[in-house]
Design a protein around this ligand. Structure first.
Ligand code: PLP
Length: 410
């Protein structure tokens, strides 16, 4: 072990569970195994080809050197931040306080630096996108969770309230990351009544101390029913406008434009004008990554100015939304045909199959050529990469593995 590495940084295995399982699937495929690779969070077509959006790429090709090469402002181009915010709330004329970040991940990371002290606890919902835990560790924070409501069941408001209140009273502030609507990994969105109950609870808690609700939006363009996304955003806007709870949002072009590698996003607090917050965030940009890539900022501005490109993008989103719906429905039907519980899906790239021992289940599935990501409480299945035609094979493999689990438990 290199003495140069500080002791606190010596216990990592460096492995990200998502990329590890994907590497295993690719290795098996390279060895001639017929695999179903449901590990990654990137949209693939039914031939297994990475989806790029033509409407986006044709604008990208038009970018001039000056739209690509110069440094962007440290806090990001304000026009870009506004345009990205308006993709979510079209009527807003200001993004309030905000900075450009490398994707939504950058926005999540900056929220931790600025809204919690090291040693404090961040609250989120389980299951969660696994980098949440890494982000918390990197910020020297503890991550605590409340359970996502079960399919068809209501949110356990009493448990959410008592957990949030305990953390808030213990540390004098609360930061709650909420990946809604279009949750990764469950593939569901909170019902309107659950969402409103949660907002009411946070409103009440804000009488005790500062509460921040940070909305992590990654998959909003891929909902079964886009109206549910609009409705959720309307609720969050009304809640943010009240001004009691600080409401922020992590925005990203990764999924929206299938520009994962462009690392374009923003952290915004649209209903806040606090100068010190703006300056702290801008300082974090400078002290973390300096400034973000200019090209995707220029691209979004071109998109905003081009109504026919917008129409083409909307048509592409509608196409891929429909494909995800077909895949989710095929998987649900295939699971039921095997006598298993179905997998309900509202939105996004994933569904979760509940399991008390997700690691063992994921391992068993590899023996059937099926690769998924084990998470707390279940395995994540990336329908973004699994054809509807593969659903019956997936469901059969799952039944076999669950039977093995049951036999082993006897
Ligand atoms: C729930 C969730 N939040 C945030 C992100 C961040 O993605 P990016 O940093 O590429 O915007 C992802 C990406 O997979 C995600 O699934």
């Amino acid at each position: 072990m290199l003495e140069h590495l500080i002791p606190a940084r010596r216990h990592f295995d460096g492995a990200d569970p998502i990329f590890t399982m994907n590497a295993a699937a690719q290795k098996a495929a390279a060895n001639g195994v017929s695999v179903i690779n449901a590990t990654m969070g990137a949209l693939l077509d039914d031939d297994g080809k990475f989806v790029v959006l033509d409407s986006v790429m044709s604008l990208y090709r038009q970018l001039t050197p000056m739209e690509i090469a110069p440094y962007a402002p440290i806090a990001g181009d304000p026009k870009f931040i506004l345009a990205l915010t308006q993709r979510h709330w079209p009527d807003l004329t200001s993004y309030g306080v905000g900075v450009a970040t490398p994707g939504g991940t950058g926005a999540l990371a900056l929220s931790l630096k600025n809204l919690l002290e090291p040693g404090m606890t961040l609250l989120t919902v389980a299951p969660y996108w696994s980098p949440y835990a890494t982000l918390a560790t990197e910020a020297r924070l503890t991550l605590e969770t409340v359970p996502y409501p079960p399919a068809g069941g209501a949110l356990d408001l009493a448990r959410w309230r008592s957990t949030a209140e305990r953390i808030l009273r213990a540390q004098g502030r609360l930061l709650f990351w909420l990946n809604d609507p279009c949750h990764n990994p469950t593939g569901r969105s909170l019902s309107t009544s659950d969402r409103r109950a949660l907002l009411g609870m946070l409103r009440e808690l804000s009488a005790i101390g500062p509460v921040t609700l940070l909305l992590d939006f990654a998959y909003l363009d891929y909902a079964r029913d886009p109206q549910t996304v609009t409705d959720a955003l309307t609720d969050y806007r009304a809640f943010g406008e009240e001004g009691r709870v600080l409401v922020g949002a992590c925005l990203s072009l990764s999924k929206a434009f299938t520009l994962y590698g462009a690392r374009a996003g923003a952290l915004v607090f649209p209903w806040c004008t606090d100068r010190p917050l703006a300056e702290a965030l801008s300082t974090s940009c400078r002290g973390t990554f300096s400034n973000c890539a200019r090209a995707p900022m220029s691209l979004l501005l071109r998109m905003q100015a081009d109504t026919s490109a917008q129409a083409a993008l909307a048509a592409e989103h509608a196409h891929w939304r429909a494909l995800l719906t077909t895949r989710a429905d095929a998987l649900d039907a295939a699971l039921r045909a095997e006598g298993l519980d179905g997998a309900s899906w509202d939105a996004g790239y994933f569904v979760t199959i509940p399991s008390d021992d997700a690691t063992t289940l994921a391992e068993r599935l590899t023996h059937e050529g099926v690769y998924v990501v084990p998470m707390q409480g279940g395995v994540r299945v990336g329908i973004c990469g699994v054809r509807a035609a593969d659903a019956p094979r997936f469901a059969r493999a799952l039944r076999v593995c669950q039977e093995q689990d049951a036999t082993a438990a006897r």
